[in-house]
Design a protein around this ligand. Structure first.
Ligand code: CA2
Length: 146
């Protein structure tokens, strides 16, 4: 089983600024944590981060054939990118949307997600643990489908 961990714009800045919202740990730590969680569960995790919408669209298209599931934090694209919503809708690979912060408890625009209705599940406000929880959601779903 292959799972893609995908992070959108500005998430390469994790641990660099705004530690009160996003914590002190870096993207490398997050990728390592999810990769290790995958190893424990017998799953290969591929990691990708980009600040560019088109690169993220391309990676989702690649996930259609190359991965069994996607853990995806779209960053601010969550709130406005119909191109990425359409990309998620265009693939049959299940996608779980993850947010480190509790998007419903912040500015009102963050409570809106264009991915509503096209993702398998949305996890918000659990910090980095939310990504591991998303891995478990995907594995449960994928294993019960076989
Ligand atoms: O809570 C989340 O994970 C978000 O997806 C993060 C996005 C934000 O636009 C969403 O509303 C919620 C922003 C990611 C920015 O990450 C930074 C990390 C460190 C320092 C500055 C920004």
């Amino acid at each position: 089983m292959r799972i893609l961990l995908m992070n959108g714009p500005n998430l390469n800045m994790l641990g660099v600024r705004e530690p009160d919202i996003y914590g002190r740990d870096t993207l490398a730590t997050l990728e390592d944590m999810v990769t290790r969680a995958g190893v424990e569960r017998g799953v290969e995790v591929g990691c990708f981060q980009s600040n560019h919408e088109g690169a993220l669209v391309d990676k989702l298209h690649e996930a259609h054939t190359a991965y069994d599931g996607v853990i995806y934090n779209p960053g601010a694209h969550t709130h406005y990118s119909y191109a990425l919503r359409d990309a998620v809708a265009s693939i049959s690979t299940p996608v779980v949307e993850v947010h480190i912060s509790d998007v419903d408890a912040r500015e009102p625009f963050r409570a809106i997600s264009v991915f509503d209705g096209v993702v398998a599940e949305k996890i918000s406000g659990r910090g980095f643990q939310g990504y591991v929880d998303a891995l478990d959601v995907l594995l449960e779903r994928l294993r019960s489908a076989h």
